[in-house]
Design a protein around this ligand. Structure first.
Ligand code: SF4
Length: 174
C-alpha cells in the first residue's frame, strides 16, 4: 500500500515528526507570498519554484490539491550558537530529502520541501531561460504560498524548537 511505503521511507531516512492530513486541509495564505516578495532568501523571481514564477495562488493550490493526502514532516536542526550552522543544517536537510526522493522515486507522489528547486546547480530562471526539467521540478512549501507556521501550530509540530533549534518542513503528497 502506497501510504505504508511512504511511512516506511520516512522512518528509514529519519525525520523527527510527521502528521497526516487531507490535502484539502493545507493552509495557503497570500501573506506568505507577500513575505517572499521581501526576497530575504534571494529566490524571488530567481527560481521557477518560487513566486512570482511559481504562478498565482490558484495555480499553486491546484498543484497540491490534485492529491488527496498530505504527510507533513520535519527535521529539527540546531542552527548554531550564532546561527553559523544555518547553511550546513539546510544542506543536511536537503540531503535527507534527496534520500526520501530516491526511496520513493517509482511512486506516484509529489515531494515538496524548504527553499526553491535545487535540482540544477543554478536555476535557469536566473538567466531567463526555460526550466531545464519542468517535469522534475521540486516545489517549495513557502514558495507555493503555504502557511507552515500556522499549520505547524495547528498540528502540534515543532517550528521553533528553542535554543536555536528550528523545524525544517517538508511534505509528501499522494
Ligand atoms: S529544474 Fe532546474 S531550471 Fe527547473 S526550476 Fe529546478 S533548478 Fe530551476
Amino acid at each position: 500500500m502506497l501510504r505504508d511505503k511512504i511511512i516506511n521511507a520516512i522512518n528509514e531516512v529519519g525525520f523527527d515528526e510527521y502528521q497526516e492530513i487531507p490535502a484539502s486541509d493545507i493552509i495557503f495564505a497570500d501573506a506568505v507570498f507577500a513575505s517572499c516578495q521581501a526576497n530575504t532568501c534571494g529566490n524571488y523571481g530567481q527560481n521557477y519554484s518560487c513566486p512570482p514564477l511559481s504562478g498565482d495562488m490558484n495555480e499553486n493550490k491546484a498543484r497540491f490539491l490534485k492529491y488527496d493526502h498530505a504527510i507533513i514532516l520535519n527535521k529539527i536542526m540546531f542552527l548554531g550558537e550564532y546561527y553559523e550552522r544555518m547553511e550546513t543544517s539546510t544542506l543536511e536537510v536537503l540531503d535527507l530529502l534527496d534520500q526520501l526522493r530516491d526511496r520513493l522515486e517509482a511512486e506516484p507522489v509529489m515531494i515538496a520541501g524548504p527553499g526553491g528547486c535545487n535540482l540544477c546547480a543554478e536555476c535557469s530562471a536566473k538567466t531567463g531561460e526555460d526550466c531545464r526539467f519542468p517535469d522534475e521540478r521540486r516545489y517549495s512549501l513557502e514558495g507555493s504560498g503555504m502557511d507552515i507556521v500556522t499549520m505547524s501550530r495547528k498540528l502540534g509540530m515543532t517550528y521553533n524548537g528553542g535554543d536555536k533549534k528550528v523545524g525544517f518542513f517538508m511534505m509528501v503528497l499522494y
